[in-house]
Design a protein around this ligand. Structure first.
Ligand SMILES: *Cc1c(COP(=O)(O)O)cnc(C)c1O
Length: 391
């Protein structure tokens, strides 16, 4: 068998909607992007959605809109993709890297509380909903959640939800919780537009600022310049903005993907349930931990961790799986190990014990809507064989 790490599903209305855009003659940001924003906001139950050309752009716009200043400190978990931290540098601010919980790879209120004590001047947090599971935003059993802690200390929250669509926590959709939430529609994410992203927020000021800054700081959107009564040359530039708008070609793909987002989520959940059951008894392997209902996860990833006593190294295991036709990936080499962040901020691995433990043994198994039960059975059998031979 040959099973890729990821397989995109574009068998819905993608082609039809893209054809409509091509036939319309309007290929850049226009009616399809507006419709995509409106529908996406509806799904995550946020008041505003701003379509952009990547999640990285959305994160950058979010930090800009909440007013992060040069020299500011911004909390970022170390177990994430570099985009979560590079946007802090775009603002000439400084990331303060946080360790994560073993098992979930998520930030916890306890870890955040410690960090606040050490860095009382940090007033922004980028929280990552790793793998598709929302971080513990709300308190439980009398304990404070990340949201309460941030409110108490005047910390603004930007959520990196690149993995977490559609996902829920405490009855709320991810996308309508923090000050701004950023989604990715990169090719291997839970829904895709090829390249693309979305910023959602309930804060009108953030939505307005991000909407202006995504297109050169122009106070009227291009589409409006062409459809409204006012002459199209009449616009003002209120800031040196960016070129982050989402073209209608991409939005058309997004609209078709959005129609099937819950179907995709159900199929990913099916895969997760299969793995959780089939791999449950496997010694040497730690499975992803869920603090909330597994139905609420987006299941973008199915990350596992080889335990030190498993008798086989992660790289060797990944190679053996590849030899048997199974694609995997590693999420993530933590950012404190990346030379730029490590050298710039003199980071030491000892300060991130949980992330280190995860990094030594972590890899991610294939999980996507069209992964069949036969393929899942094969993956589990091969992995079981490798672990038995190694242990
Ligand atoms: C993919 C990803 C991003 C960046 O998404 P783009 O749309 O490619 O900019 C940011 N954060 C995390 C955690 C990601 O996985």
């Amino acid at each position: 068998m040959k099973i890729p790490f990821c397989r995109v599903s574009c068998e819905g209305n993608e082609t039809a909607y893209v054809r409509e855009v091509l036939a319309s003659g309007w290929l850049t940001t226009g009616s399809k992007s507006l419709e995509f924003e409106r529908r996406f906001a509806g799904v995550v139950q946020a008041r505003h959605a701003v379509a952009v050309n990547s999640c990285t752009a959305a994160l950058h716009l979010a930090l800009e809109a909440i007013g992060v200043k040069p020299g500011d400190e911004v909390f970022v978990p170390t177990m994430t993709f570099t985009a979560s931290a590079e946007v802090v540098r775009y603002m000439n601010a400084h990331p303060v890297f946080l360790d994560v919980e073993y098992g979930t790879c998520l930030l916890t209120p306890e870890l955040l509380r410690e960090a606040i004590q050490k860095h009382p001047s940090a007033k922004t947090l980028i929280v990552v909903h790793y793998g598709g599971q929302a971080a513990p935003m709300f308190g439980q059993d009398g304990k404070m959640g990340i949201l309460d802690l941030c409110h108490q200390h005047g910390i603004r929250i930007v959520e990196d939800a690149a993995h977490a669509f559609p996902a829920k926590i405490g009855g709320s959709m991810v996308g309508a919780i923090g000050d701004a939430t950023c989604f990715s529609f990169y090719a291997n994410k839970t829904i895709t537009t090829g390249e693309g992203g979305m910023l959602t927020t309930n804060d009108e000021a953030i939505a307005r600022r991000a909407g202006t800054m995504r297109l050169h700081g122009i106070d009227r959107v291009v589409w409006d310049r062409f459809i409204s009564e006012k002459p199209s040359w009449e616009y003002d530039v209120v800031a040196p903005g960016y070129k982050y708008n989402m073209p209608d070609i991409n939005a058309a793909i997004g609209l078709a993907q959005l129609e099937r987002a819950w179907d995709f989520q159900r199929e990913r959940l099916r895969c997760a349930k299969y793995y959780l059951k089939a791999l449950a008894g496997m010694t040497g392997l730690d499975l992803p931990v869920s603090h909330s209902a597994i139905e609420d996860h987006a299941w973008h990833l199915f990350p596992v961790v080889l335990k030190p006593g498993s008798g086989i190294g992660r790289n060797q295991c990944v190679e053996l799986l590849a030899e048997r036709g199974i694609g995997t990936s590693v999420h993530y080499k933590p950012l404190h190990r990346m030379s730029y962040y490590r050298d710039t901020y003199r980071l030491k691995s000892e300060d991130y014990p949980n992330a280190e433990r995860i990094w030594q043994g972590c890899f991610s198994l294939p999980i996507f809507p069209t992964l069949t039960d036969d393929e899942l059975e094969y993956i589990c059998a091969v992995l079981g064989g490798i672990l038995e031979a190694g242990g």
